[in-house]
Design a protein around this ligand. Structure first.
Ligand code: ZN
Ligand code: ZN
Length: 151
């Protein structure tokens, strides 16, 4: 079993085999959610993750994904797309992530120039969003403050 947990230990989890896919994500949402220059995500079958202790808290980070974190210490734990059978666990939450080797970059268009890591790995941009999609991703509180918004 491969174990992981938040900083305070209230939330912990285990998986019984290596993740299907491990990659860097340079998107701004991952950057903010982890407080780091990029996230490293380990994708696993959601049904095969065993959780212990307190349930993780979640917040909706976009109109198609939620992010999980410890409600006590705030450690980021995962991201999960709606209607997806997999969960992207943050590699940093694992006790022994040294065998989780990232194989590609995602969100490459947002990669910070000084992030000098994994240069030989393939890169992929986030899927292009339509303007309508971008606008609906803006939280309602900001949308309401936009000029010209009907009240
Ligand atoms: Zn915690
Ligand atoms: Zn991301």
């Amino acid at each position: 079993m491969l174990h992981g947990r938040c900083s305070c230990g209230e939330v912990s989890f285990a998986i019984d085999s290596l993740p299907r896919d491990v990659h860097y994500c340079h998107c701004s949402m991952c950057r903010r959610a982890t407080g780091s220059a990029f996230a490293v995500l380990a994708w696993c079958d959601t049904a095969k993750v065993t959780w212990f202790g307190a349930p993780a808290s979640e917040f909706r980070s976009s109109n198609k994904a939620v992010r999980g974190f410890c409600g006590a210490c705030g450690s980021p734990l995962y991201m999960k797309y709606d209607d997806d059978a997999e969960i992207g666990l943050y590699v940093g939450a694992f006790d022994e992530p040294k065998s989780f080797i990232p194989t590609h970059h995602y969100g490459a268009e947002n990669r910070l120039l000084w992030v000098d890591i994994g240069a030989s790995l393939p890169s992929e941009e986030c899927e292009r969003k339509s303007l309508v999609q971008v606008l609906t991703d803006i939280p309602a509180t900001i949308q309401n403050a936009l000029p010209g918004k009907a009240r």
